[in-house]
Design a protein. Sequence first.
Length: 208
Amino acid sequence: EDIEKAGLIKKGEKEGYYDRFRSRIIFPISNSSGDVVAFTGRIFGQEEDVAKYLNSPETELFKKSQILYGFDKAKQSIRKNNFSILVEGQMDTIMAHQAGYKNAVASSGTALTEEHLRILSKISDKIVIAFDSDTAVFRASEKVWKMALSMGMDVKIAPIQAGKDPADIIFDSTDEWKKVIKNSKHIIEIITEQIKYSDLDRRKKGRE
């Protein structure tokens, strides 16, 4: 019963229980104190017709809206560098830390919440959003930066090349990742540029 409450096993449709994370590579999720409270499992092996990633359900110990993946290891670096890097998933976080950017964190299998941003802003109100440029992900990042701005945070966007994510970039070249973070632009500057160029496009079409 304790193992079931912890979200590690599920009751089968017939009798008995089965391992929730069977055939998966396990990523432990820790709270801000470093205690493991949940897991993410990435599919590995022969299982078919299943989700690529599977997360622990919410339990007494694990509240998705209150826990950021890697935060227990990132908080000191966030404080030291005075900014956090928000990425999408576990591999992005791990690769960023491996590349020396130990101020990277990710939401734990859920959309980012105000509570997540509040946790980060207590240490630093500066944040760099480094999501990949997939359309659905871009829409998700828009929700994040709007929420962060409304909370008075200083928000920058990292220029991620289409079709890549932070883990891909770091795997190919740590130096390229350094450039991506260095070339991050404030969201207001990005929006201003978009307005300026869209206005120029309208003028050009008008002349045509």
